[in-house]
Unconditional design. Structure first.
Length: 181
């Protein structure tokens, strides 16, 4: 098991606003929100036949909740291209004519990396998400002529687990000397 080092100069917890997401093809532009990484292990309760007054608890099946990512709508089609690998409406007619398929079975799953950075821009934590695929794609949020907001698209990602990358260790924080360039 990897040993995590502790920076004795760091007293504050890391902030949640500096992060980047990679789908294995480089960082994805404009991701503004990533939901929490959460896993839940079911509890299995059992008792012994000779002890009717108490029960024992042990861990059961572990489930990983889906991850939702949001970003502002741009000309970058990365969310849509990945979502189309699960099912592509435009291919439905071609499938009927036996020319192509609706699902890309070869590469609809991807491994993801979520990197977290400190205020100085140093990578401090990295998570790897395994065998992920898009289960829900929102091409754009509601349109509202009376609103003053960014147009957001989102994907809901199902996956088979995640783990923290132990090779990313806590960096020594830089000292800002106040020099003017």
């Amino acid at each position: 098991m990897a040993k995590f080092t502790v920076n004795p100069a760091r007293f504050d917890p890391y902030k949640n606003f500096k992060f980047r997401v990679s789908f294995g093809t480089g960082y994805i532009a404009g991701v503004s929100k990533v939901s929490a990484l959460k896993r839940t292990t079911e509890m299995v309760e059992h008792r012994e036949g000779g002890d009717p007054s108490s029960s024992h608890k042990s861990p059961g099946r572990t489930k990983y909740e889906a991850i939702t990512m949001e970003r502002g709508v741009t000309h970058d089609p990365e969310f849509e291209l990945w979502a189309n690998k699960v099912w592509h409406f435009g291919n439905a007619q071609a499938v009927a004519e036996q020319r192509t398929q609706e699902v890309s079975l070869k590469d609809f799953r991807r491994n993801l990396t979520i990197d977290v950075f400190n205020e100085a821009g140093q990578k401090v934590i990295s998570y790897q998400v395994f065998r992920a695929w898009v289960s829900e794609f929102t091409a754009q949020a509601d349109l509202d002529a009376n609103a003053n907001a960014i147009l957001i698209q989102s994907i809901k990602i199902e996956h088979e687990g995640w783990q923290r990358d132990p090779s990313v260790t806590e960096p020594t924080e830089p000292l800002f000397d106040g020099a003017v360039v």
